[in-house]
Design a protein around this ligand. Sequence first.
Ligand SMILES: [Zn+2]
Ligand SMILES: [Zn+2]
Length: 608
Amino acid sequence: VALGYDEATDPSVFVRMPLVDKPGTSLLVWTTTPWTLPGNVAVAAHPDVDYVTVECDIEGGVGRIANPPHKKERLILAKALVEKVFRDEAVKVVDTFKGKKLKGQKYHPLFTFLPPDKPAHYVVLGDFVTTEDGSGLVHMAPAFGAEDMQAALEHDLPVLMTVLPDGTFVPEVTPWRGQFVKDADPLIIRDLDARGLLFRSEKITHTYPFCWRCKTPLLYYARDAWYIRTSQFKDRMVELNQTIHWTPDHIKDGRFGNWLENNIDWALSRERYWGTPLPVWECEDCKDRECIGAVADLSEKVGRDLAELDLHRPYVDEVTWACKECGGAMKRVPDVIDAWFDSGSMPYAQWHYPFENRKKFEEQFPADYICEAVDQTRGWFYSLHAISTLLFDTVSYKNVLCLGLILDEQGSKMSKSLGNIVDPWDVLKAYGADAFRWYLYTATPPGQERRFSSELVGSVVRDFTLTLWNVYSFFVTYANLDKWTPVGQVSDLSYSRLDKWLLSELNVLVRDVTEGYETYEVTRATRPIQDFVEKLSTWYLRRSRRRFWKSESDSDKQAAYGTLYTALVTVAKLLAPAMPFLADELYQNLVRGVDAAAPESVHLAKWP
Ligand SMILES: [Zn+2]
Ligand SMILES: [Zn+2]
């Protein structure tokens, strides 16, 4: 729901959960979702946080609600939150202790609509508990929260499913059965109040997930799902990652490596209609399951050729056969597969491998190179890596170039709501694709965040493209005047010291740019060209102009032409991957214009 968070006003309630073994003492627990309280099975405390027992008057401070049967009560909460909870009310701290001391303490449940099938309603310990909000004691309803569910699995707590898939209470929750749970919040609060269990009830404005289409508030809700047990292959995924070349290299053991180290099983199924159907059939009667690996297998099951079958819903759901165990109807489970599984299957799926194209596949796999933004460490980088490890025990790519975010001129993240987005088409129209690309390649290493504005691309044109173009124009103008042509001329010239310097710089440039590309370091492959063109213009050309201007066509002039020509053609070739249009424009005139036998384009020419 990354796109669907919004501001919402919700209840903010503190409730008393009275301890079984200490009458008059309650755990003070905070929630913004009272509707989850009937599903409560435990309270979590942080083992190392300081907690206190405080004694206070029942008729307390602002916003407090009385608990009529008693005059004084004792409440347990995190020490750090005492002031926030009690505000300027005077309370007496009667005990201070670490959270781990609370472990296992039983409390009376607030509601008993659904009988727990396992021990419940006691304190568990968890590192996820914070003292930022609430009381430092966290209400756990495993059916309605990921951390809650995790705690339930760890502590073998029951899962009380008090809500139906349509968001209404189950019939067992008698007072509010059939009501949308969030609508029942005020009624639940009133009920707790009447029973003396409500400590405080206020409102809070916070961010809450909503459906991005229809704006309905979303509920966290535990559902049965299919998983791939990727955690079983964790070590191998980590090992294989060591053989991948990451740029920037800190991603390898950092963001991606950590993600692999902390691998959690892949939640594979999605309860949607569109998508790749999960190929699992289940017997309606005995629940026997079969996973189908190919259309041929499916055809065999039903005894007719299904080669023409559309493998999507609803068609694939019509395929049924008799269960081999009990004769019942085998029906496909309704789930489809997480689309990340599709993206991670790309190397095989695109060739229908291993059923076809074995040779083509083997030529192209693993990929030499992939490139995506850094957020893909949990997305495509991961799905590719996981599937190739699980199925083929190999990496699926050898080199990764990981891109940082593009920020606005001031260094803020671009966002629609801030209105600071730059439309790429405006940049393309104003300065062209070459300048746009060149800016992105030269501004910062690709892994870093970078500031961006249309004007910055404009400065590329002024500082680099026009400089190069001016040198090129100068050369073309005088070469035409002198009818100079490179054919048969470029070797065996009497070079001046300046020529030799430039050719030496050019060879260094070829070496550096080549190294930059070979190591996937984009700035190293591009920035030196900029520096070279600067030297070419302000040193070489400025100091050589007279050699081109003079009327006699002596060997010094020939050397100057030869040197400048070699430099321009080489620059065109080095520039080709990053500025394909400008590079080819130079090449077409400088090379193809005089040699019809030369490769048709700079992109087909040999690397210098
Ligand atoms: Zn909706
Ligand atoms: Zn069966």
